[in-house]
Design a protein around this ligand. Structure first.
Ligand code: ADP
Ligand code: MG
Length: 224
């Protein structure tokens, strides 16, 4: 669950500061997707960064599940992200030299737990199957389509069974049919695993998939 209460985030802007997020309160419950639309520069990505605990707000509270993130130090926030938050962005940020399956296991291998490799491989195969890529685990990014790369990205975000997914324009590089499929997949994963998903999209044809839709303007949530 994501609970934002009166969140404000400013950035320096010449001599003054710009309110990228201005007094935003928002709740996303487990098993639901809240969509966020709004013009470029309205603060959508900034709001996601705050919800993902990547940036600390100037004021207001960010609660993930039942954890008040203001109480966490940097290591605590990193651990919260690793254990509870999945991030999916427009660019898939896959490593070119790794297979789809390795994209999902590399973090566990870097973590270095002994004997964890077989478990990580089994988990990767299960996730690839869930996103419809069971037959493609051996392929590298250049051998996959844009939609398939985004599926790998989604599977990777699910590796640690997050309770929260933060998704920024996941379909902006895809055609409309692939976009619908990716959105459908995100809905299935969100409801099937009781995840609280906050998702920015420009594409209004995708919004029927969502449980809730909010609009942003000049850093504020506004009525449609
Ligand atoms: P959106 O995702 O809706 O396009 P952003 O959240 O990226 O909007 O940006 C909101 C506002 O905050 C914009 O005016 C942008 O220029 C500003 N902004 C975003 N990130 C930074 C940053 N790191 N430093 C300074 N200003 C920023
Ligand atoms: Mg943005």
């Amino acid at each position: 669950m994501i609970t934002l209460d009166s969140v404000t985030l400013t950035f320096p802007d010449g001599g003054s500061r710009i309110r990228a997020v201005d007094d935003v309160s928002l709740t996303v419950r487990p098993g639901t997707i809240t969509g966020l639309t709004g013009p470029s520069g309205s603060g959508k990505s900034s709001l996601l960064a705050v919800a993902a605990t990547l940036i600390r707000p100037d004021s207001g509270t960010v609660i993930i599940d039942d954890i008040d993130t203001a109480a966490l130090d940097l290591a605590g926030a990193a651990r919260l992200r690793r254990e509870r938050i999945g991030l999916i962005f427009q660019q898939s940020n896959l490593l070119p030299s790794l297979t789809a399956r390795e994209q999902l296991t590399v973090m566990n291998e870097l973590g270095g737990r002994r004997g964890a490799k077989a478990a990580a491989n089994a988990r990767a195969d299960e996730l690839l199957e869930r996103v419809g890529l069971a037959e493609h685990g051996h392929k590298r990014p250049h051998q996959l389509s844009g939609g398939q790369r985004q599926r790998v990205n989604i599977a990777r975000a699910l590796t640690n069974e997050p309770s929260v997914l933060i998704v920024d324009e996941p379909t902006s590089a895809l055609d409309s049919e692939r976009s619908q499929q990716i959105m459908q997949l995100l809905v299935e994963l969100t409801t099937g695993s009781s995840i609280a998903t906050l998702l920015v999209t420009h594409d209004l044809s995708l919004t029927p998939h969502l449980h809730d839709l909010r609009h942003m303007m000049d850093g504020r949530l506004v009525d449609a």
